[in-house]
Write a protein that binds this ligand. Structure first.
Ligand code: HEM
Length: 318
């Protein structure tokens, strides 16, 4: 049996603090980026080892346009730019991003410390497209006040939903990830009654029990394949915001074995499904970013340093 390469920590652990860094790579910055990606696991160990309860982890993703600049070899079968969606009412923009770093820990300072090490290495070779610090809010609620993450797959089902297998053998153990930053109009949301909010989400606000409301966020995002099996993604959304600025947001992050599943969910939300014109969560939440990345397995990242040598050496001979 062929051994599955070691994935990056896409399966978690889920924690209470996170940092999402989306970067673009400057022309000429590729060798520095390759070296950093190859050293990433070592940096994570250096920062995290002394704090075993901190559960520090990092996942790196590479965007479609950056892939050919950073990797001298085949492309993952389904790597493409994030498909912008324009519905009758709502828009999911596609925004720049060559690299994603998804840092998670039980303490914000550990995300900060590892983020700082990453940026120390990359400064001068990249530009920051977006940076968001996320936190767990109360009992796992989003800033609309609902418990978020309940129906995530766990255990073997999570691995099956997220990790590429035989369908793209050269990239087995990898994954695809889509991120979107949403800003909420909480004043308008709070004008609704709790019952109206529950119809939109499809769950009870206090008890978190499903309501099975047709057209709700939950129903629009429950999708099945031709075999009738539910097609799942693994989310680790995080609230973020600033009371001073009146900013309330959800950083959506969804890992999947094929981006097709997440994209189908997004089509339901923005373009509608049957009689439902759109997900009413969008009447109170605006997507301001949208980017798709491939997450190679951990050994692949470590091998990028050798690739840097291979690509750089011939030039040095001239
Ligand atoms: C379920 C919030 C965006 C996919 C849920 C639930 C909440 C929620 C409260 C119910 C509990 C749960 O199972 O997690 C939000 C908020 C969003 C957002 C506040 C941003 C404004 C998205 C996006 C996608 C998505 C962009 C996919 C592209 C799902 C899925 C479920 C879900 C798959 C579970 C459905 C099931 O019950 O099987 N979301 N969500 N969500 N959401 Fe979202």
């Amino acid at each position: 049996m062929v051994r599955m390469p070691t994935p990056q920590s896409v399966l978690g652990p889920t924690t209470t603090a996170s940092l999402f860094l989306v970067l673009t790579v400057d022309t000429g910055g590729e060798p520095v980026v390759r070296e950093l990606l190859a050293d990433l696991a070592g940096l994570q160990r250096s920062v995290g080892f002394g704090h075993p309860d901190g559960k520090l982890s990092v996942v790196a993703g590479i965007g479609s346009a950056a892939w050919d600049r950073l990797v001298d070899g085949p492309r993952p079968a389904q790597l493409h730019p994030f498909p912008e969606l324009r519905g009758a009412r709502h828009h999911a923009p596609a925004t720049p991003g060559d690299l994603l770093f998804h840092l998670r820990a039980s303490r914000q300072d550990l995300c900060f410390a590892l983020g700082a090490e990453i940026m120390t290495r990359l400064r001068g070779s990249v530009a920051v497209a977006d940076e968001v610090s996320g936190f767990t809010y109360l009992d796992q609620r989003d800033l609309l006040g609902f418990v978020d993450g309940t129906e995530n797959p766990t255990g073997p089902a999570a691995a099956d939903a997220v990790l590429i297998g035989a369908e793209d053998q050269g990239f087995a153990g990898g994954s695809y990830v889509i991120v979107q930053k949403y800003l909420h109009d909480v004043d308008a949301w709070n004008q609704l009654t709790v019952e109206q909010q529950e119809q939109i989400i499809g769950r009870r606000k206090l008890s978190n029990i499903e309501t099975d409301t047709p057209g709700s966020h939950v129903v629009l995002n429950t999708i099945t394949g031709p075999d009738g099996e539910q097609r799942q993604i693994l989310r680790d959304n995080m609230p973020f915001g600033s009371p001073g600025k009146g900013e309330f947001g959800t950083y959506f992050i969804g890992y999947a074995r094929t981006p097709d599943v997440t994209e189908e969910m997004l089509r339901h939300m923005f373009l509608g499904d049957g009689p439902v014109s759109h997900d009413r969560i969008l009447d109170f939440s605006t997507a301001v970013t949208g980017t798709l990345f491939f997450v190679p397995h951990a050994d692949f990242l470590e091998g990028l340093a050798d690739e840097a040598v291979a690509l750089v050496e011939p030039a040095a001979d001239n």
